[in-house]
Design a protein around this ligand. Structure first.
Ligand SMILES: Nc1ncnc2c1ncn2[C@@H]1O[C@H](COP(=O)(O)OP(=O)(O)O)[C@@H](O)[C@H]1O
Ligand SMILES: [Mg+2]
Length: 299
């Protein structure tokens, strides 16, 4: 196969990757490697290229230059079905065929496993039911996807990707639209797939603290589509990095539950109307005072 890699390289990696939409280049000359069996979390500001990178890793976007390697060979060399058996992608904004029911959409996750000779089996049925059970959408099986709430729909899509039964999962913002209990449920499910089944999970998340809790490998992207830092969240996540990449002054403390880094944004400087300022501090504070030094320091 073309582009054969040395043994020992990660199952999913990209070399010298440049990704563009027409004239706009989003990612240039990026090298990235997803550690096998890791729970890798990608964080970074809006529009820095996280979704673009994930699409390229799943072969949904053809690189302008460079190459993605899957299991030692250039991903472009595989048949589509072969990619879909190894790697599942939950895109950021998937669209369902109009009128499709939840059960039918999740069943589509089995397509890569079907074929001319292999028809729908009891195994497929069990896998689909299990995927719906794991994501809590079994009760919705007969409902049209269009009628669901954003959070329900998100879990249905995740269910479809699980039904695909791939050992690599790429999840673009799998917790968006979910209430906090469902966010934790989905992340626990991902952690379980990683820890118990040895799956490689890559998720784009916005919540830095959830990222630090769940990631075994954290990739921080900065505007311009480069990697600002990567590795163990405990060493990667610093106040300097958050300020640098997100422009947000903060403190990093220990998460009281897990001991992982907990990012606490600095308190904003508040505008205090004159009468309130006078009441709380007495005379000498001018109108429109700003209560400065209110913890804006970066610790
Ligand atoms: N289909 C597209 N066509 C043109 N530009 C796009 C397209 N998708 C994304 N972009 C642009 O590429 C940049 C990176 O987008 P994206 O990868 O979605 O960022 P992120 O996921 O980090 O928020 C943004 O400036 C966005 O506007
Ligand atoms: Mg995105």
């Amino acid at each position: 196969m073309p582009g054969t890699q040395p043994t020992g390289a990660a199952r999913l990696r990209a070399e010298d990757l440049t990704l563009s939409y027409e004239q706009r280049t989003v990612v240039s000359s990026l090298d990235v490697e997803i550690p096998d069996r890791s729970f890798t979390v990608i964080i970074g500001p809006n529009a820095c290229g996280k979704s673009t990178l994930l699409k390229a890793l799943a072969r949904m976007l053809k690189p302008r230059s460079g190459q993605v390697y899957l299991d030692g060979a250039g991903i472009a060399a595989y048949r589509s079905r072969e990619v879909a058996r190894r790697l599942g992608l939950l895109p950021q904004s998937p669209t369902a065929p109009g009128g499709i029911t939840v059960g039918d959409l999740v069943a589509r996750g089995r397509y890569p496993h079907q074929g001319m000779l292999k028809q729908w089996s009891a195994d497929d049925e069990t896998t689909v039911l299990e995927a719906m059970r794991q994501t809590g959408v079994l009760d919705l099986a007969d409902r049209p996807v269009d009628d669901l709430s954003g959070g329900q729909r998100q879990r249905v899509w995740l269910s479809m990707v699980l039904a695909q039964q791939t050992s690599i999962l790429l999840l673009d913002e799998p917790t968006t639209f979910l209430d906090i209990a469902h966010q934790v449920e989905v992340l626990d499910l991902c952690a379980d797939l990683h820890a118990r089944k040895g799956h490689t999970v890559v998720a784009v998340l916005h919540d830095l603290n959830q990222a630090c809790r769940y990631a075994t490998h954290l990739i921080v992207m900065r505007p311009g589509g480069t990697i600002a830092a990567e590795g163990d969240p405990a060493t990667v996540m610093t106040a300097e990095l958050v300020e640098d990449v997100f422009g947000l002054p903060c403190r990093i403390i220990d998460d009281p539950e897990t001991g992982t880094p907990l990012m606490v944004p600095a308190a904003p400087q508040r505008y205090v109307p004159e009468d309130l300022a006078a009441r709380s501090t007495g005379p000498g504070v001018s109108a429109g005072s700003v209560m400065a030094e209110s913890g804006r320091g970066v610790g």
